[in-house]
Design a protein around this ligand. Sequence first.
Ligand SMILES: Nc1ncnc2c1ncn2[C@@H]1O[C@H](COP(=O)(O)OP(=O)(O)O)[C@@H](O)[C@H]1O
Ligand SMILES: [Mg+2]
Length: 279
Amino acid sequence: MSIAVQCRGVWKTFGTGPTAVTALQDINLAVEDGEFVTLVGSSGCGKSTLLRTIAGIESHNAGEIIVGGVPIRGPGVDRAMVFQNYSLYPWLTVVENIKFTRQLAAHTRDCTSSDVEVAAGRADALLGVMGLTSVAHSYPNQLSGGMQQRVAIARAMMSRPRILLMDEPFGALDAQTREVMHDLILHVSQLESCTVIFVTHDVEEAIYLGQRVVLMAPRPGRVDTVYPVPLTRERSQAMKHHSAFLELKVAILDRIRSTSGMKTDLELLQKLSRTAAQR
Ligand SMILES: Nc1ncnc2c1ncn2[C@@H]1O[C@H](COP(=O)(O)OP(=O)(O)O)[C@@H](O)[C@H]1O
Ligand SMILES: [Mg+2]
């Protein structure tokens, strides 16, 4: 198996002097071709910074990020990103949104009619896979959040990226829609042989989707523990009740609590009631 993304000693600091924040400290991580890796950790531990750095939209101060054997120098068509807010163009229909990057390229480069046909065929295929065919000519504000996020994913897949970088993409969706989206993204990423790095703060989501869960810790942002997920690649919702799933969930939640430096609500409540009783 070859390596799709390799972070070697990656550092990222925001600001200078005493207020400087080390968002990434010596990150070493290799993601295999076709692997689905999830990143979890308490707020501010550098998940988004790591993803943006791999995307090339954030620079790093030291180390190397190697994609397809070559150190990255910025964004590239081999990597696509999906954010929590759907970031669609409200004045374009669903199919226009999906084709938009391709259309821009058509205006800036010489583009043959066969290129346009290939793009149209690709867009149609993605509409089908993502269950969007019936809303192809609707506008984003006519769609539910889940449907809008399907459009955003289809648009990201349009240029056949080798690597899909997803930053809490389902964070704004309700629980039932998220379950549907989980099975959809697993299906689509396998169909497209895509490597996925997926950020979430939801441990259950991280285990359900990931072949490995990478736990990051804050201040400074670093990789704390990498957990292989002891489940088959084919997932089903029933697996969430398997003992291996639940044990891993408890272990990761415990570790997040101890690395976050924050007391749990329960611990705080117990402390408060003890203090009140002593008065
Ligand atoms: N553009 C920025 N300028 C200054 N500090 C930033 C910037 N982006 C992120 N940070 C800081 O870097 C740390 C990691 O942030 P982030 O990657 O957003 O964490 P996460 O996604 O895990 O919540 C935080 O302390 C955050 O405040
Ligand atoms: Mg974030």
